[in-house]
Write a protein that binds this ligand. Structure first.
Ligand SMILES: C[S@@+](CC[C@H](N)C(=O)[O-])C[C@H]1O[C@@H](n2cnc3c(N)ncnc32)[C@H](O)[C@@H]1O
Length: 263
């Protein structure tokens, strides 16, 4: 029997359900869930393999130089896609985040072995790189978000002029939870070191593809950004996070939202 934590969060126009599974996302293969409209996959980048002094995330120790490392990276994503894609609606979208070198391997995997429909290579650019490389390489100022849909037609796309280059600063954590001035939540945020995505980056993705009342799956919930942004777009969400400390951070963060109830 899988454990989970349920939340009710006030969205713009409705009360949204968010469910957090404090376990490995591969557990999806044992779960019978209502299918999802949007999947967000912010998993391994190959951080420990490429960058000195990166965050302490052992689960991300892929080396993306050369055939062996790239192959194990692809095998990891293949295992994940095999359990996750059956949970997507026919009309669903998936966003996969990573460095360009990792995402080129993932794109190759998806195009060769799956029937998903490639839509766009989105670039996230930033000027405030933390110097992980300590002067030994060109400073990173971009990451990639692959946008695929399950099928070639019938998916939700509102457009609204969202460009495929999104510029906003990289963050170590959301230093203040959105709309939250409780200083206790800032302390707990400082403990998240595994690369939180800025809300500012995720909002345009959802503004183009979200369905009112739809369902979002966050495969790597981290600090809870995806669950937060889902509620901003009136979507229910389900997240997986296997680090118990991060589960506490997500719980604190969601509780910090106005009118969030932990069930
Ligand atoms: C890059 S962070 C995600 C950050 C997130 N997008 C945010 O904005 O906070 C990846 C997270 O996935 C978790 N994680 C890694 N592998 C996992 C797995 N197989 N199942 C569940 N969680 C996993 C890590 O503990 C980490 O918190």
């Amino acid at each position: 029997m899988n454990k989970y934590i349920d939340f009710k969060i006030k969205g713009k126009n409705r009360l949204c359900n968010a469910r957090l599974y404090p376990e490995n996302n591969l557990e999806l293969k044992n779960l019978d869930l209502e299918p999802f409209d949007i999947v967000i996959c912010d998993g391994p980048y190959g951080v420990l393999g490429s960058e000195v002094d990166a965050a302490e995330c052992e689960w991300d120790s892929f080396v993306l130089n050369g055939k062996g490392g790239t192959n194990s990276f692809k095998e990891y994503y293949k295992r994940l896609f095999d359990v996750c894609l059956p949970h997507m609606k026919e009309s669903a979208s998936i966003f996969i985040c990573g460095y360009p070198e990792g995402m080129s391997a993932v794109k190759n995997l998806l195009d060769e072995e799956y029937s998903l429909n490639f839509r766009r290579w989105i670039t996230w650019s930033y000027d405030n790189h933390f110097d992980f490389d300590r002067g030994t390489n060109f400073h990173r100022s971009q990451e990639t978000i692959l946008y695929y849909t399950k099928t070639m037609s019938g998916f939700t796309f509102r457009g609204g002029g969202v460009r495929d280059i999104l510029s906003c600063p990289i963050i170590k954590h959301e230093s203040k939870w959105a709309n939250d001035t409780n200083p206790n939540h800032i302390d707990i945020a400082h403990e998240f070191k595994d690369g939180a995505k800025p809300l500012e980056l995720m909002r345009p993705l959802l503004s183009a593809t979200a369905d009112f009342g739809g369902r979002l799956l966050s495969l790597f919930a981290g600090s809870g950004t995806d669950l937060n942004v889902a509620a901003e777009y009136d979507m229910d969400s389900v997240g997986f996070e296997f680090n118990p400390r991060h589960v506490d951070i997500i719980t604190e963060r969601l509780k910090g939202r106005e009118e969030c109830v932990v069930l």
